[in-house]
Write a protein that binds this ligand. Structure first.
Ligand SMILES: [Zn+2]
Length: 142
């Protein structure tokens, strides 16, 4: 099989992690929430809630010392840093120009959770320069 169903175009994440991300994003309302996603063997199964130091409904930034601390923990627990998530409290699940411009991790998956409607909408992307590549999300039970 080719095209959008190639393994490389799919991001695998456990249902538990996805639920934790949604819960965190709702807790941070009306502000954007942000965090990191890690795992092993191509499956993301741990999330790391981060402080949005912008405390804004329209943007997020992470604290460098907190990042350093979390990356050390990931190493300690043999976790591979796989992606970043953040919420759009009232916007669509698509990266803003600022999201693309200020992205420091071009090789990581970007999860965007829109809470604009009652049912959260979750999309995954990668940014290559100004190109936004959508990824398929495969939710696994473990
Ligand atoms: Zn955004």
């Amino acid at each position: 099989m080719g095209g959008v169903y190639d393994l490389q175009d799919t991001f695998h994440i456990t249902r538990e992690s996805l639920n934790k991300i949604i819960t965190h994003c709702r807790q941070e309302l009306p502000f954007e929430a942000c965090g990191l996603i890690s795992g092993r063997n191509g499956i993301a199964y741990r999330i790391w809630k981060m402080t949005n130091i912008d405390r804004s409904p329209y943007s997020f930034s992470m604290d460098l010392d907190e990042l350093k601390h979390v990356f050390l923990k990931m190493t300690k627990y043999n976790q591979e840093f796989m992606g970043i998530y953040h919420s759009h409290p009232s916007g669509i699940a698509y990266p803003s120009p600022e999201d693309i411009h200020f992205n420091n991790y071009p090789d990581k998956i970007q999860f965007i959770i829109s809470l604009a409607a009652r049912k959260p909408v979750i999309k995954a992307f990668r940014y290559y320069g100004n190109n936004v590549i959508p990824y398929k999300i495969n939710v696994t039970e473990h």
